[in-house]
Design a protein. Sequence first.
Length: 358
Amino acid sequence: MGNKTLVHYPKELNKCWAQHILNYHAPKGKVSDVIVQSVNIGTTTRLRVKVEHNSPDVLPSNWFVKTPSLLLRSRLITALPRLLHKEIFFYRTLAKHTPVMLPPILAAQSQFGRGSTLVMTELDEFGFRSGQPIEALTLFQASQVVENLAQLHGHYWENSHLLQNQPWLGGFNASAENHLGSLLAVPLMRRGLMRAGILVPTRLHRPALNYAANRRKMMRILATGAQTLVHHDCHPGNIFWTAQNQPGFLDWQLVRMGEGISDIAYFMATSLEPETRRVHEKQLLDIYLAALIKQGIDGLDERRLFQRYQVHLSYAFEAMVVTLAIGGMMDNAANIEQIRRVSAAVDDHDSFKALTLQ
């Protein structure tokens, strides 16, 4: 689609920019106006735009645009591992083969040194509802998400050629992200715990800081097991819902090769009220296991799967506490609620101790 899609600031969302995108989908269409309706700045800058044009039968008028964050600290955290670049490459290369529902993409462009821009249709144009990071899902919703994640994981299970064919999934991006995360792990964990206050039980502080101090080793332990494509940020705000209550998945900036159960642990810890999770987590893990077996994945062990679920809860804890430490990357009320949920999960399963025993 060319570099004319790339934008850096809201003022660049003009008729010329929109016309370039419209030309790709409706060559005879003409843009008459572009109205930036909202600007939300977090890990990325997210803009809602109304594009008035004469081809509504081909393309809706309400667009959603993602560009690198205008918030300096968020941009510094995400720029080195090129997270938005990774999401754009996912949509350009793997999306059409991925067996889960994804948002409709209008344009996806990334160029080293010049930025990245992702444009999609607003979900409500199709009757879809965007999830909110603060909401707690029902058992039925959770079971639907778990089954869909199993479909994703089963499709790419032990695909030894995926990293070779899609080098953006690993290489420099992955190394930079891991190096940066480990370098900042202790100060960010300490700051996050301080900001979280009584939300995180005091008994978790020392194990959490020990996890941060040994993060490289912890990441190696969490990287063992059968490898597949994982979303790696599957919380309620990154899920959308059809009118029939079927889930779709948004925000693939952290997509990578990893252990499938990591997505399940992250999802269950962030998306369920602690009491709901305690009562139903075994049932949901059984649903996940059965869905993988149905796809022909063999060699699975129920006891081992549960152990790996327990240790992967530690990353969900780290992610939410570090998000609070950095600030501005998620709605604060939602971030606080997520920390309450993941702290309960880690505490219930003594996840940091379980991780050191792996």
